[in-house]
Design a protein. Structure first.
Lengths: 758, 120
């Protein structure tokens, strides 16, 4: 049970890794367009390679199989046997999409191969079947497996051609781990099950021990398969004074009787056969004499076939006499080409790869729910600390009390720091969201036949994971919009005296307790007249409504608004901008547009850094304390009686500068008894959301402080007008006002008012 | 005393899989995410077996094996490489660098343990 759970967790890590790997592949492939870069190809290759390996290990055969073709193509690009063409990059990008889809399917528990993957797979195969373009001197056709592009096998294997083939294991790339262990490759039907007498001649290279391969290990394994007799040949052993214990000067003939296949033998010697001479021979026991003869022929030093125990003493004499020069001559030809193969180019590139993509190698992966629990605990700690603080204030002064106060001051500082660092755990750089744009912009600009340069700035700016996730789609929409409606065609740009390449800039930076994200283009800018005309045509505003510039731009956020002359498949169906604004408002942020005709537009989104805490202003109405987000407050004023007006329909207005603001009586909304019902005796908090302002009537302003947001819907239920609650130092609960919903409620109630489109 | 195994892989999932399997079989496991990390560990501590991936950033498995063999304390420590079925050239390179043997990916836990038992 726990094994399954643990495995499930590990597989989950594999999915996350695959996502990251696919992102890295995509980013790398896009960078390839600017010219082939060895390091980039290596990074892409490695990502594909890891996904393939993991998929195979964790039982996702389809992913593994599909990725194999991707890896093959990348490998050819990497070692230069195939050029990097735009076409191939395009197919690889599609392959990344297909892999993403397959990973998603696997994650949902329904692993499979979607139709798109088949299509991309065919294109991959087609590319792989094309003759490789750079006229490489290598004669062989495009390889099915990367191994084929490697240097030729050393001739060492000439003596035993079969083991090489076995070592490659050309079986299906993905063997499901769930299947019972079958360490051996499928046995040849011929010899299986029959008693066989195998004679194995094993002439290891002198360097055998350097790789920690112990012949005894192989012999023990052989002995486990049947009855084993071993004979050692010691002629090669040098004089005792010259002996190097780290070198192997022995060779063996092994006789094994048992139901053993050649594959089983080859498997045992798999690790050493590349630089040793090994032959396997089936002995017909009915004709032993011929056998001895063949032994003598193949092993030039095989003359004395004697028990190994005694030999070592005699060996030096024999060795020096004349056999010694012969022994190295056998392995020597094997080794030289093997060594030279090592220094061949394929090795050079991976070794020199210093990937920049791996910046987060030092990061740990933590489940979000664990971090949430931690944040919650720290919130409690803050409350405790503030309770203690209040207690200390209430007690008479004394020596001990001074110490207590000092301790509390420390506690306060530590708590604050702890809170900050815990909150940082769930902060992620905005590059996670920005990274998808190079691809998006590239594809859209092709579709729209526009030339666009995308600039990303402030990619390392961090923000809360949840905010990051929720801001992704709105950003995509804004970028699409800029490309479609903002930036002009190259011809139009040249006609306007601008460079034909439009610039789209995404920028992120911290400002106060907020993060600001800007989507900026140097396109045509917003056309005020066109927006106004469209809004009037759609009946979104009254014909004579006087609107400020900002208010006009804000019209594009209204539901059902679109100025695109032709609806394109990129954007411009008029759904979206309103959703964009709603998403941003839901996150406690707001969006602002500035634009200059002919010069471009900038959309500026301001978001809280986190949804877990809030910079709050405490305010009091009668006996109740409320919290309002500091960012939504414009200012607080003591109203002059002559600035207050009442209009028919029961609406009260406050003249703030040149604007009439509706007055929102909190005590009426929440049914509580205020200190005074007379507006002139209270304070008006001017708050803004979505470009709409209201004046909220309260009795008193209290402290400004950071509050930990406790969800209402999780602990109670969702209440319109309230965004949540927080707990004071004295344990009482204060409700947090939801300014956007208060304003929209209010607007719905007083439809007949106020020179504003709503 | 249980044998200590150093497992080196840049993929966290593979590392965890290997580590999980080995720990359940009673081995002590040390993990490293690339060759550099593994080498740094090896400079101060010894293990009974090294199990390394080949394709890794910073320092690949073959360079790691080569570097480890230069250390006196690692001269006779078995080192296994995890390779893919397509990695014949890698096997030979690894071999020449001093690797004891290899384990072909994908593999299952039983195979992993069987292979390790061969050399320990």
């Amino acid at each position: 049970m726990t094994i399954d759970l643990e495995m499930a967790e590990i597989i989950n890590v594999f999915f996350q890794e695959s996502d990251e790997g696919l992102d890295a592949m995509e980013a790398g492939l896009l960078s390839l367009e600017d010219g082939s870069d060895c390091e980039a190809i290596n990074t892409i290759f490695r990502a594909a390679h890891s996904i393939k390996g993991g998929a195979g290990t964790f039982g996702f055969g389809e992913i593994s199989k599909f990725t194999h073709a991707v890896e093959t193509l990348l490998d050819q690009m990497r070692n230069g046997t195939r050029g990097v063409s735009a076409d191939a990059v395009q197919v690889l990008l599609q392959a990344v999409d297909a892999m993403r889809e397959m990973v998603a399917l696997a994650r949902d528990g329904t692993p499979g191969r979607p139709a798109t993957a088949d299509a991309v797979g065919e294109r991959l195969t087609a590319i792989l079947e094309e003759p490789a373009n750079p006229a490489s001197s290598r004669g062989w056709p495009p390889a099915e497996t990367p191994a084929a592009a490697a240097p030729p096998d050393p001739p060492a294997l000439a003596a035993s051609p079969d083991p090489a083939a076995i070592a490659v294991v050309p079986g299906p790339p993905a063997r499901k781990p769930a299947v019972a262990a079958t360490p051996e490759p499928p046995a040849e039907p011929t010899a299986a099950g029959e008693q066989t007498h195998w004679r194995i001649r094993f002439l290891p290279h002198v360097s055998l021990f350097e790789t920690c391969n112990d012949p005894l290990r192989m012999f023990t394994q052989l002995a486990s398969l049947g009855r084993l007799q071993a004979q050692a040949f010691t002629q090669g052993v040098p004089a005792l004074s010259e002996i190097d214990a780290t070198q192997c000067h022995l060779s063996w003939t092994l006789d094994l009787h048992g139901a053993v296949t050649r594959e089983e033998l080859a498997e045992i010697f798999d690790w050493v056969d590349s630089n040793s001479s090994i032959t396997y021979e089936q002995v017909d026991d009915s004709a032993p004499p011929a056998d001895v003869a063949s032994c003598a022929v193949e092993l030039p030093v095989a003359a004395p076939v004697a028990p190994p125990v005694i030999e070592p003493c005699a060996a030096p004499a024999v060795g020096t006499a004349g056999h010694l020069p012969e022994l190295p001559s056998v392995p020597a030809p094997d080794v030289v080409p093997a060594r030279s193969a090592l220094t061949a180019p394929p090795d050079a590139s991976p070794a020199s790869a210093a990937p920049k993509a791996n910046v987060d190698a030092s990061s740990i992966r933590v489940g979000t729910e664990k971090v949430d629990a931690l944040i919650n605990l720290v919130g409690e700690l803050v409350i405790t600390q503030s309770m203690l603080g209040r207690f200390a204030e209430g007690v008479d002064a004394g020596k001990d009390l001074e110490l207590l106060r000092r301790g509390l001051a420390h506690l306060a500082r530590n708590t604050r720091e702890l809170q900050e660092s815990v909150l940082k755990i769930r902060m992620l750089p905005i590059s996670f969201s920005f990274n998808r744009f190079p691809r998006l912009v590239r594809e859209l600009s092709r579709k729209l036949e526009k030339k666009v340069e995308l600039r990303l700035r402030g990619e390392s700016t961090e923000l809360d994971k949840i905010v990051l996730e929720k801001i992704g789609d709105p950003l995509v929409h804004l970028v699409r919009n800029s490309l479609d409606h903002g930036l002009e065609t190259p011809a139009a740009r040249i006609a306007a005296g601008k460079s034909e390449i439009g610039v789209l800039e995404l920028n992120a930076y911290h400002q106060g307790g907020s993060i600001v994200i800007e989507v900026k283009d140097d396109g045509a800018g917003l056309d005020r007249a066109k927006i106004l005309a469209k809004a009037r045509e759609r009946g979104l505003i009254a014909d004579d409504a006087p609107l400020s510039e900002e208010q006009i731009y804000n019209l594009i956020f209204l539901p059902g608004f679109s100025t695109a002359e032709a609806v394109s498949d990129v954007s411009g169906r008029g759904v979206g901008m309103d959703v964009v604004r709603r998403n941003i408002t839901d996150l406690g942020g707001h969006v602002q547009i500035s634009s200059e005709r002919g010069r471009g537009s900038t959309i500026r989104i301001r978001l809280p850094l986190t949804l877990a805490i809030l910079e709050g202003q405490m305010l009091r109405v009668g006996p109740e304390t409320y919290v309002i987000s500091l960012v939504s407050i414009i200012e607080t004023v003591q109203p002059q009686p002559d600035h207050l007006h009442t209009v028919t329909g029961h609406a009260e207005l406050f003249k703030h500068r040149d604007e009439y603001l509706p007055i929102l009586r909190l005590h009426e909304i929440f049914h509580i008894e205020p200190d005074s019902r007379d507006i002139a005796n209270g304070l008006l908090v001017v708050a803004e959301s979505d470009g709409q302002r209201v004046a909220i009537l309260v009795d008193e302003l209290q402290a400004q402080q950071q509050v930990v947001i406790k969800s209402l819907d999780r602990n109670f239920k969702q209440v319109p007008g309230l965004a949540g609650a927080t707990i004071h130092g004295d344990g009482t609960v204060a409700l947090i006002l939801d300014v956007p919903s208060l304003i929209s409620r209010f607007s719905a109630r007083t439809t007949a008012s106020v020179g504003r489109a709503a | 005393m249980t044998a200590t195994i150093l497992t080196v892989d840049d993929s966290a999932s593979m590392r965890q899989m290997v580590s999980f399997t080995l720990k359940r079989a009673g081995y002590t496991v040390v993990e490293a995410a690339d060759g550099i990390e593994a080498l740094n560990y090896a400079r101060t501590s010894t293990v009974d077996l090294v199990l390394t991936d080949v394709n890794m950033p910073n320092m690949d498995g073959i360079s790691l094996v080569r570097e480890l063999r230069q250390l006196q304390t690692y001269k006779f420590v078995p080192m296994l490489m995890l390779t893919t079925e397509s990695g014949q050239d890698k096997k030979l390179q690894g071999k020449a660098a001093g690797a004891t043997g290899w384990l072909v990916k994908p593999f299952n836990p039983e195979k992993l343990l069987a292979t390790i038992e061969k050399v320990l």
